[in-house]
Write a protein that binds this ligand. Structure first.
Ligand SMILES: NC(=O)c1ccc[n+]([C@@H]2O[C@H](COP(=O)([O-])OP(=O)(O)OC[C@H]3O[C@@H](n4cnc5c(N)ncnc54)[C@H](O)[C@@H]3O)[C@@H](O)[C@H]2O)c1
Ligand SMILES: [Zn+2]
Length: 333
């Protein structure tokens, strides 16, 4: 059973259904409305009901065809229907090809926040077809590219240098460059996840994948998930801020921070707060960070860096340093 959203169904579902028919695999489809608003328990129940109506058996494979919303939701439905159906991801956004389809996190949002109900459930296969990216809006492409850059910044300086050289080709739709970027970003994520599948290591492992995300999530919360700021755009700004914070704390060369910001903006993404169309209060952003589920014991946890490709987690970032940074970046007190 293929689960997809309306927009992806119109663009790419017939190709997949034809392909399955040619290999004599019988398949039906379930189409959900697109967008983050669908990633909730109501839509999840709709999908489960439709899977059961389709008389799925333990061997029936669920295929997620779409972006991270479809992948997270269909993956959670696959993990839970009949206590687990085989699951395949066919991600169609750059973000889902390099990030959400790899690692086995599935789930939905609740009124209390994002991704609060879910399961670790690994797909049997992830099939990233760069051909689907041709129909993706440029803004969505940029948002996915931020997570690619993030991989290099966390632990692979050579890959970041590759991005500086070839990133424009990825954004411009060069399929060879896209395939190389996706391959390297997935290999990086798979290695991190393989080491810490269930996010149990407090300091390294999966926690490092949150580079740029503490700032990014705070910005997303301020925008209210209304499409004004895509997740990857929040991350893009967050990468620059995480490096500037690291430099400010004397942990990382300032030149590295400026190199990050130069590349992010050259790739056409917002690279600091002045590039966003709203203004923020430093106190409000820090309040969001305190509510972030990654915060423990009231201390401000951040992923910082000693330099490009050298990220580490820190559990004791002084709140004043974060507030000072945000004020210097143009936030109101
Ligand atoms: N599971 C994880 O580890 C993980 C990691 C990162 C993000 N996520 C989740 O992923 C979600 C974001 O994923 P996303 O950025 O892919 O968003 P998305 O799934 O909402 O897709 C973005 C938009 O692009 C459209 N679209 C998808 N493929 C297309 C194509 N080929 N051509 C044209 N339009 C297309 C969709 O209909 C949608 O409107 C969030 O819910 C986030 O929480 C999960
Ligand atoms: Zn992310």
């Amino acid at each position: 059973v293929v689960v997809t959203d309306r927009a992806v169904a119109d663009l790419h579902l017939p190709t997949l259904m034809d392909g399955l028919a040619q290999t004599a695999i019988s398949a039906e489809s379930i189409i959900i409305p697109g967008g983050e608003a669908s990633k909730n328990l109501d839509t999840y129940m709709d999908v489960v009901d439709q899977l059961l109506e389709a008389r799925v058996e333990r061997r029936t494979t669920v295929i997620a065809l779409g972006g991270g919303v479809v992948g997270d939701l269909a993956g959670f439905a696959a993990a839970t229907t009949l206590r687990g159906l085989p699951f395949v991801q066919i991600p169609t956004t750059l973000l889902s090809q390099v990030d959400s389809s790899v690692g086995g996190k599935t789930g939905v949002n609740t009124r209390r926040g994002k991704n609060l109900v879910g399961a670790f459930y690994q797909p049997r296969m992830v099939l990233a077809d760069t051909g689907t990216l041709a129909t993706l809006p440029p803004r969505e492409l940029g948002a996915g590219y931020a997570e690619i850059v993030k991989a290099g910044l966390i632990g692979d300086a050579a890959f970041f240098a590759w991005c500086e050289q070839h990133g424009q080709r990825v954004i411009a739709g060069d399929r060879e460059a896209q395939a190389e970027a996706i391959r390297r970003a997935c290999a990086f994520k798979a290695q991190v996840v393989g080491d810490d599948e269930r996010e149990e290591k407090p300091n390294d492992g999966r926690a490092l994948l949150n580079l740029g995300h503490t700032f990014g999530h705070a910005l997303e919360a301020e925008y209210g998930y209304d499409g004004g700021l895509l997740h990857g755009e929040g991350v893009a700004v967050g990468l620059g801020l995480a490096f500037r914070l690291s430099a400010r704390l004397g942990l990382c060369p300032q030149a590295d921070a400026e190199r990050v910001i130069a590349h992010v903006s050259a790739a056409g993404m917002p690279a600091d707060l002045s590039m966003l169309n709203r203004r923020f209060s430093a106190e409000t952003l820090v309040a969001h960070m305190r509510r972030d589920k990654k915060m423990r014991d009231g201390a401000l946890h951040f992923v910082l860096a000693h330099g490009i490709g050298q990220a580490f987690t820190s559990a004791d970032v002084p709140q004043e340093a974060v507030l000072d940074l945000l004020r210097d970046e143009g936030c109101a007190p």
